[in-house]
Design a protein around this ligand. Structure first.
Ligand code: SIN
Length: 519
């Protein structure tokens, strides 16, 4: 068929840290293909500023990292998954160093450990300050290229190929070849990352649309904990700048939040001040913005030395400077934005979903590690620790599962039109999600939202998709509905899910997970 190799042992969808680290750990004799919707460098992982949490400090230990993660997760973490995460963290850091990642060190050569919200110890490793994601991903990409693991970019997954409840490959739209065609494999690993684009304000890149969750859901996999969306308190809010995360490490190093009158306000609301949990700080900022009738507050690090700022936050310094903000002298205008999806495709501790041959890894997976609220810098770690476990699991699955089944699915020519037809639906959905299913939620608004989303889904149902953005928009309308339904169902406040009409945590009725399955 058109000269393309379309039969593989393992197909990995997504080129963030979970996808690439899994690819590097799959048995070398397996024929592995990575596919990615955009460019290999386009991912949340590549942009990550936060680092990797690992309990390697003298006063720290995995048991303390475990306890902090469980507390942040607000009663919904899977303790077994958390144990795997925290106990494997120190060895994963060593492996990264062996691969060539240069973590930041102090003057004596010791690994430097940063502090972030909800961590009771300094335990966050960075590389090149706030460019940690880029520094790690460059090393992983180098190894992918050296090992000649094929990566097919500009290729979007439209459906999973399921036969007799077993996943046997993926149907893709390949932009370069202008074709929709099947790729067959013994196993598929979804590592498609987050879905921040469901909201108008987000730290996520434009590719983060939750495509993996949609194809898994449509194929019969379970999604869990969809109501738990984490909002990051500090995203650059400037009329001409794109949404840029302003890392929590800045507050970890003493950054102060001020209202538009220059007054510090967080300690008035919470005893932990700027280092209170993210969801709490996001709500406090929202209230302060309303009180002062402003759509931003300020983050102030002008009291830190220029040398410290330039060595720890060089990327933020340079990016802000492009918009006339010199962070060594000026306050940074910030507001909350969608950041991370705690829920995802439900998996067991080996990354297996309820569909044989289908695995999920990283942000798109619902392993239960993060519970109702993820602790900072646990997510790159999750992609690495579980990427390795899943790679080992899949390697033996592939060995023990004979031939690849080829179903008779025809390839069709499909050009990408420049203009998407569904753009206005996307913008409307994002604004409605922000208004009714954002940082604060309540029954009345959620019901309005669900009605609107259902109408929009009906409207777009038979509309043609002209480009990847149109597919994403249809996908995100479905995901928004699942988030809103789960948020309506959970009649309590817990972790990142805050209900104005049910402001307290209710362990009697709600210490449980909401699971969504098609039909
Ligand atoms: C941050 O640097 O603030 C984000 C880190 C994370 O979310 O893990």
């Amino acid at each position: 068929m058109f000269g393309l190799n379309n039969v593989w042992d393992v197909i990995i969808v997504g080129s963030g840290i979970a996808g690439l680290y899994t690819a590097l750990n799959v048995d070398e004799n397996s024929r592995t293909l990575v596919i990615t919707k955009s460019d290999i460098k386009e991912s949340n992982s590549y942009n990550a500023q936060g680092g990797i949490a690992a309990a390697i400090g003298e006063d720290d230990g995995p048991d303390i990292h475990f306890r902090d993660t469980i507390v942040a997760g607000d009663g919904l973490c899977n303790p077994e998954a958390v144990k795997i995460l925290v106990y494997n963290a120190p060895s994963i850091v060593e492996e990264l160093i062996r691969l060539g990642v240069e973590f930041d060190r102090d003057k004596s050569g010791k690994l430097e450990l940063g502090r972030e919200g909800a961590h009771s110890k300094r335990r966050v490793l960075h590389s090149r300050g706030d460019s940690t994601g880029k520094a790690i991903m460059e090393v992983l990409i180098r190894h992918i290229l050296e090992r000649e693991i094929p990566v097919r970019d500009q290729t979007m997954v439209l459906e999973l190929i399921i036969d007799d409840h077993i996943c046997k490959g993926v149907l893709v739209w390949d932009k370069k070849r202008e074709m929709i065609y099947p790729l067959y494999s013994k196993a598929v690993i979804l590592a498609t990352g987050g879905m921040g684009q469901v909201y108008p304000f987000t730290t996520n890149p434009s590719v983060a649309c939750g495509d993996g969750l949609v194809v898994a859901y449509n194929a019969g996999a379970e999604l869990c904990d969809m109501e738990f969306v984490q909002f990051h308190p500090t995203v650059l809010r400037h009329p001409s700048a794109p949404s840029l995360l302003i890392t929590e490490s800045i507050r970890g190093e003493g950054g102060i939040l001020r209202n538009i009158y220059g007054e510090r306000f967080v300690p008035k609301y919470h005893e932990m001040g700027e280092l209170a949990p993210r969801d709490v700080v996001s709500r406090i900022i929202t209230e302060e913005m309303e009180r002062t009738n402003s759509d931003y507050v300020y983050l102030d690090i002008t009291h830190l030395s220029k040398e410290f700022i330039l060595s720890h936050f060089p990327m933020i310094y340079n990016e802000c400077l492009k918009y006339g903000i010199d962070i060594t002298k000026d306050y940074i205008p910030v507001a909350p934005g969608a950041h991370y999806m705690m829920g995802g495709i439900r998996t067991n501790l080996k990354g297996e979903t309820c569909i044989k041959g289908l695995y999920a890894c990283g942000e798109c997976a619902g392993t239960g590690i993060h519970g109702a609220n993820r602790m900072a810098s646990n997510s790159l770690l999750e992609g690495l620790v579980f990427g390795k476990i899943i790679a080992q699991e899949v390697s033996s699955y592939v060995l023990n599962n004979g031939d690849i089944s080829i179903l008779d699915i025809e390839a069709i020519e499909k050009k990408v039109c420049k203009e998407g037809s569904l753009k206005e639906f996307r913008v409307k959905m994002q604004n409605l999600m922000w208004r009714y299913c954002g940082i604060r939620r309540e029954e009345k608004g959620l019901k309005i939202l669900l009605e609107e989303l259902e109408k929009m889904q009906q409207d777009v149902k038979n509309m043609p998709v002209n480009n990847f953005q149109d597919v994403e928009t249809k996908n995100m309308l479905l995901l928004s509905r699942l988030i809103a339904e789960s948020a309506l169902e959970r009649k309590e406040s817990r972790g990142a899910h805050f209900r104005i009409d049910y402001p307290y945590r209710d362990d009697i009725y709600w210490q449980k997970h909401i699971i969504k399955k098609k039909g």
